[in-house]
Unconditional design. Sequence first.
Length: 245
Amino acid sequence: MIRKFLRKVFNRKESASESITKLRIIPNKQHGIHNHQIPPCALKITTNLQQAGFSAYIVGGAIRDLLLGLTPKDFDVATNATPEEVHRIFRRSRIIGRRFRLVHVLCGAEIVEVSTFRGPSAENDNGTTSVQLTDQHGRLLRDNVFGNQEEDAIRRDFTVNALFYDPAKEEILDYLNGFEDIGAKKLCMIGDPIQRYREDPVRMLRAVRLAAKLGMQIDTETAKPIGDLAPLLQNVPPSRLFDEM
């Protein structure tokens, strides 16, 4: 199923799809992130999930910002535990969302968002999506198909946001050369930009915002469709646009 998904999303031949991801493990001496930079609540969550037999990592913008020498606003956790399993482990937690089901874990006044690894959508025999729900413009209305870590990396928006930090080993797992893109100050969409923008038009706004905030150059192929697809933002709920900004 993952090979079929890769052919669809990245519009490449089967032989090329096999080289899209290549796991690179980056040791602490190379990336320089230390656990004292991670809030105790996020560390507790990853530790408890791992002790319960699950995989758990600090992910996304927090790792990106730490590598850039910035102070992250939020520290999110990704795991192979389902929302129900996460909720059972943490008494002070709640499952939220319909489009993306997540768990908010509370530590005092602090809230850490825990997501389950996302996977490719299931398809019917005729090739149509049977689990994901989209509108007439291709925007995802619901996406709760769970997968493994590599599939989760592919489903993220930009390569710089697809890094996984394991506090237990102080290692970064990189499937899509996001570590190198951070060093090059390059913002690159994962997959076909046109399809990814149609799935979630807010990604266009995010690309511009992150480039300005982080001093990054938007990759040419990533930037090219924005002008033509910008009207799709009119179909996004104002609350999501507000949250993005």
